[in-house]
Design a protein around this ligand. Sequence first.
Ligand code: NAD
Length: 248
Amino acid sequence: MKGLVDGRTALVTGAARGIGLAVARLLAEHGARVVLADLDAGAAAAAAAGLAAAGAEASGVGCDVTAEADVTGAVRHAVDRHGGLDIMVNNAGITRDATIGKMSPADFDAVVDVHLKGAWLGVRAAAEVMRPAGAGSIVNISSLSGKSGNFGQTNYSAAKAGVIGLTKAAAKELAPRGIRVNAVQPGLIRTAMTAAMPPDVFAAREADIPMKRAGEPHEVAGAVLFLACDLSSYMTGAVLEVGGGRMM
Ligand code: NAD
């Protein structure tokens, strides 16, 4: 069977685990060559080796998405090692939760830097190499908290709302060049990020979801694959909610 992204090269940030790893795995299963970029270079290399052992063309690179040279370096790696860049997924993320009076300016900056500046650097570097090819798909991972606001996450919610503005502005700028830019807004997904939540808080948030459960990383990956491949060829500036109906 033909894969949905056969022969294309994809770069996924924050791909050593969680949603990023699930995205890299699904893109590889659908025929893409994948670059797994992560702050944790060793974990990225190990994750890439795991995908390669399953038959994919995959490599891992160390990359701090807040550092321009790292982001352009990861894009350059995709081009030099795998022949180009067709799909860019800006996924890397952190949390530094506290209510606003207790949140330090440093924790605000750290979260906004990774999510918003990191995605901006990713869009910018990817567009640079996609432009001459006249085609490409960029998917930014936002969050439903960017729409609803989460208690204790003024930094994260603001950054994730910013990712939507970035997505739409970049979509307008890059559409004439054949580059599509879309976003996914996951709800509560079972990863290391949410494993840090107190179990009673996690259970209360699950109870609020119409589908009555948290999502799994591969369920976010499905939406990313759709936006990355030609099934969504007439979509740009779009935002897909993957939240079990939470925003209804
Ligand atoms: P995770 O903590 O499991 O994985 C995040 C990955 O990003 C890690 O491998 C980490 O090393 C990497 N990373 C952190 N800072 C980085 C940096 N500066 N440069 C490069 N890599 C860095 O988290 P996850 O739950 O898989 O989240 C992935 C994305 O999905 C994030 O953007 C997150 O905000 C978003 N999201 C998650 C949920 C959820 O419920 N888990 C919900 C909505 C959105």
